[in-house]
Design a protein around this ligand. Sequence first.
Ligand SMILES: CC(C)(COP(=O)(O)OP(=O)(O)OC[C@H]1O[C@@H](n2cnc3c(N)ncnc32)[C@H](O)[C@@H]1OP(=O)(O)O)[C@@H](O)C(=O)NCCC(=O)NCCS
Length: 187
Amino acid sequence: MIETAATDLSVTAPRDRESAGLRVAPSLPDDRPAVRDLILNSGIFGAADADCVDDMFLQSLRQPSDDNYRFLSCWEERLPQSPRMIGFACCGREALTKGAWDLFWICVHRAARGKGAGSLLLSEAQRLAIEDGARLMVIYTSSTDIYAPARRLYESQRFTRVAVVPDYYADGDDLFIYSKRLKQRSN
Ligand SMILES: CC(C)(COP(=O)(O)OP(=O)(O)OC[C@H]1O[C@@H](n2cnc3c(N)ncnc32)[C@H](O)[C@@H]1OP(=O)(O)O)[C@@H](O)C(=O)NCCC(=O)NCCS
């Protein structure tokens, strides 16, 4: 069922954020190979997706600005092992809008899923957007089964499915558009 955009303004933090030993921080240049590996080993995305993310990552490094892509890296910090990067997200302003942000990518290592990393990345992306004065965040995803965990993640953080474009990605593979207001409407 298609609904109107969510008006719940909460940014949900994952349960057990501390005990999970997870930390999210802006990505650094050294994170580039890990971002690519996460995409290639996602079980969902392929080489073309990895190239696309890599281009966006390079662009974000070359011209850091409020208008550019913002990458976040999620680290698992468990002693005595050294921290390892287990996920990333890419978000940013949607060009030609006043205060709409997109979540362009989110991916967590297969062995690290279900522990809150996706939730933490998504809540930090929303925090960045709110800091930037964003009114809402929008996410595009697919209707197919392999994206069910992503759809559950978005719904668990109170994103609402506001539109469906049938057969967008391929016949039988619809585009689902999720949206969440981050700020009350001004009128
Ligand atoms: C979507 C993705 C980023 C979620 O990351 P994650 O670290 O597993 O997510 P979390 O552990 O924070 O779980 C978040 C919520 O999603 C739901 N969820 C996530 N994976 C789930 C699964 N495999 N089964 C059931 N529920 C799941 C849970 O309801 C959870 O809610 P909770 O915190 O109330 O328990 C991860 O599955 C992934 O990288 N998938 C492949 C890439 C992808 O699909 N990206 C999105 C493209 S649009």
